[in-house]
Design a protein around this ligand. Sequence first.
Ligand SMILES: C[S@@+](CC[C@H](N)C(=O)[O-])C[C@H]1O[C@@H](n2cnc3c(N)ncnc32)[C@H](O)[C@@H]1O
Length: 257
Amino acid sequence: MASQYPDDFVAGIEWMWGEGFLSPGGPEEVRALLEGVDLTGCRVLDVGSGLGAVDLLLVAEHGAREIVGIEVEPQLVARARQTVAGAGLSDRIRFEVVRPGPFPFPDASFDVVFSKDSMVHIPDKPALYGDVLRALKPGGSFVASDWLYGGGTEMSQTMTAWLEIVHLDFKMETPENSAEAMRRAGFADVVVRDRNSWYLAQVQDEIDCVSGANFERAVAALGRETVEHRIKSSSLKKEVVARGELRPCHLRGRKPS
Ligand SMILES: C[S@@+](CC[C@H](N)C(=O)[O-])C[C@H]1O[C@@H](n2cnc3c(N)ncnc32)[C@H](O)[C@@H]1O
């Protein structure tokens, strides 16, 4: 399988979102995502763990007892392992390289299934939510953020152009269909929280950090091609977020006891 996260692309993402983060918002957004959820003592599955910075937060700031991160890209897992070892947390956070498909864990293995902006890569949402439910212990929680689709039956040209330039195999669902798929899978207390207006403010910072006064510094660090790609990609993304076509959302559900 060809990598969707080659080194130059990852370097560009970390420039805008911070070292070890492949999604926006840093520790503050992880706090917002986990608002009202107590991870103390929990065994957590992180679906699409990337470079592992989020997993460090789940343990160091949010008190999770143990994290298992699953990830399809081996080079990201290699870096995540180094980061976690550097923080002295390898006994509490481990990573597995997996193939897309059902999670390689027995039923009822986790107190919490967590995911930050990764499920957009997984095309079969009903199967995914069914597997999340299977992997949770009764009474366990599903907490995720994801890139959802808020447009109509036909995507705008800007949305199509952004998806083309971003080169990732995104499969987006609407907030309504996501909530319905979670309920059908068997989740109780399903909540989908729209983060569109929060992200609209963030996406301008993404453009600013590689343009204007920051352009030459970014080119020196990342190379001109990566910087120009970032400016184009984030500018198109700002338009589709402003139109409500791209809708970052928080998803919550509980496995009935
Ligand atoms: C946008 S990144 C987010 C990474 C991390 N959660 C973060 O916030 O920094 C999405 C991640 O999901 C991973 N991914 C894609 N398909 C996957 C799958 N089927 N199972 C697990 N991880 C997957 C990608 O390789 C990538 O690292």
